[in-house]
Design a protein around this ligand. Structure first.
Ligand code: SAH
Length: 353
C-alpha cells in the first residue's frame, strides 16, 4: 500500500472524526463518511454523493480506499455454498466461503496471505506467510461477499487462510469496526475465531472482553502426536493450551470449542477418543470432528474411514462430550482451505500486481 496515504477504511469513527477535523470539516461529516464506508459499502469516493465534490477530491488524494475484487467464484450445485477467491489491492489473493444454514448466512474469511504455522495437513501454509491482512481488507472480505451475493452476513468464522492470532492487532481492530453500531453492527457473539493455539495471544484476547467464540484446532490428544502435525505445539504444549482455554472461559464466560480433524492412523483410534474425552472433561465444550481434506502435497493427509469417524464420535458422546461431525457443505467445490489460492497461482493467473 502507498504509505503516504491514510487507509480510511481501517479508521475507527473517532479516528475518522479527528482526521476530518484536521481537514477543516464540520463534525457531522465523520458519521456521514463512516456510513458510506461501513454501512452502504461503497467502493469509491465518487459514490459518496452527499459530500461536496471538493472534499471527495481531497479524500481521493489523501486516502486509500482498499477494495477487494472477486477474482474467481465457485458456486456449489449441491447447496447454496459459494467459494470466493478475492483479489487484494496489491494483487495477492485469499479465499472466503459463504454458506447457508437454517439460522442464516455464514461467512468464513482469511486473515493472512499464506501462513507460517506449518501444520502438516494444511494447504495454506505451503508457501509460508506472504503478509497479514489490514483491518480494511478483512472488512472488505465481508463487504465484497455482501455486495456480490446481496445477502447479509449473520455470522462470521475466522477459519480461512492464515492464523488470526498471528495478525492480532488488525483482527481485533477489524472486529471492533465490524461490530460498530454505525457499521454492519454484527454481534461478536456471532463470530468464531479459530486458532492453532498461540497461548499468549489467547490470554490477550480474553482481556478484550469481546464475547466471541474461541475455537481451538486441537487435532491430537498427546504432545508427541500434536508436535508432529502442528509445530506450534513445540512452543505451546497441550497442558498450557488447555489451561489457557480454561482461563478464557473464566474471564469471558464463553465456552471454548475444539476442532479435531480425523487423520487415519494418526489420531483416530478408539483409545485416542477416550483420551480426548479425558482431556476435555469438565470443559462443557463442543468438539467439531472434521474428516481431513486430502492435500496432495502434505505428508499427513489420509482421511479416516466413515466407520472410524462414526465410532470416534460415538465414543466421545458416550463419555459425555458433545461432539458433532462437520457437515460438508459445498462438497463439490471443496478445494480445502488454501487450495484454491494455490491452484490459481499454479495456473499462472497470479501476478496482477
Ligand atoms: N490458523 C487457524 C485458522 C485457519 S485453519 C487454525 O489453525 O485454527 C481452519 C481450520 O481448518 C483449522 O482447524 C485447521 O486445523 C483446519 N484444517 C487445515 N487443513 C485442513 C485439512 N486438510 N483438512 C481438514 N481441516 C483442515
Amino acid at each position: 500500500m502507498d504509505s503516504t496515504k491514510r487507509d480510511i477504511k481501517s479508521m475507527t469513527l473517532e479516528e475518522l472524526a479527528a482526521f476530518l477535523r484536521e481537514l477543516g470539516q464540520p463534525a457531522f461529516r465523520a458519521k456521514q463518511v463512516y456510513a458510506w464506508l461501513h454501512s452502504r459499502l461503497v467502493t469509491s469516493f465518487d459514490q459518496m454523493t452527499d459530500l461536496p465534490k471538493s472534499l471527495r477530491a481531497v479524500l481521493e488524494e489523501r486516502c486509500l480506499l482498499p477494495v477487494v475484487q472477486v477474482e474467481k467464484k465457485l458456486c456449489s450445485q449441491l447447496d447454496e455454498t459459494v467459494k470466493y477467491l478475492f483479489r487484494l489491492p496489491d494483487g495477492e489473493c485469499v479465499e472466503a466461503v459463504l454458506m447457508e444454514y437454517r439460522h442464516g448466512t455464514s461467512l468464513c474469511i482469511s486473515t493472512q496471505v499464506g501462513c507460517r504455522m506449518g501444520c502438516a495437513f494444511c494447504a495454506s501454509t505451503l508457501g509460508g506467510l506472504v503478509r497479514s491482512l489490514a483491518p480494511s481488507e478483512l472488512l472488505e472480505e465481508v463487504y465484497a461477499a455482501q455486495r456480490d451475493s446481496g445477502k447479509r452476513v449473520d455470522s462470521l468464522v475466522l477459519m480461512g487462510i492464515g492464523e488470526p492470532l498471528d495478525n492480532y492487532d488488525n483482527v481485533v481492530r477489524f472486529l471492533r469496526l465490524l461490530s460498530s453500531p454505525e457499521g454492519l453492527n454484527l454481534s461478536l457473539r456471532h463470530v468464531s475465531l479459530s486458532t492453532c493455539g498461540l497461548v499468549d495471544q489467547i490470554d490477550r484476547l480474553a482481556q478484550e472482553k469481546m464475547g466471541l467464540t474461541l475455537s481451538i484446532s486441537l487435532h491430537a490428544t498427546d504432545d508427541a502426536t500434536r508436535s508432529e502435525i502442528m509445530p506450534v505445539n513445540r512452543r505451546w504444549p497441550m497442558e498450557e493450551l488447555l489451561a489457557a482455554c480454561k482461563r478464557y472461559f473464566a474471564v469471558t464466560g464463553r465456552r471454548v470449542s475444539f476442532e479435531y480433524a480425523l487423520i487415519a492412523g494418526v489420531n483416530d483410534s478408539p483409545q485416542q477418543a477416550r483420551q480426548l474425552a479425558r482431556l476435555l472433561d469438565g470443559f462443557g465444550c463442543h468438539v467439531n470432528l472434521i474428516p481431513v481434506n486430502k492435500v496432495k502435497e502434505r505428508p499427513i493427509n489420509r482421511r479416516s474411514s466413515r466407520e472410524a469417524i462414526a465410532a470416534f464420535a460415538a465414543t466421545l458422546q458416550k463419555l459425555g462430550v458433545n461432539a458433532t461431525v462437520r457437515r460438508e457443505l459445498g462438497a463439490d467445490i471443496n478445494a480445502a482451505c488454501g487450495q484454491l489460492r494455490r491452484e490459481h497461482r499454479e495456473e499462472g493467473a497470479w501476478d496482477h500486481a
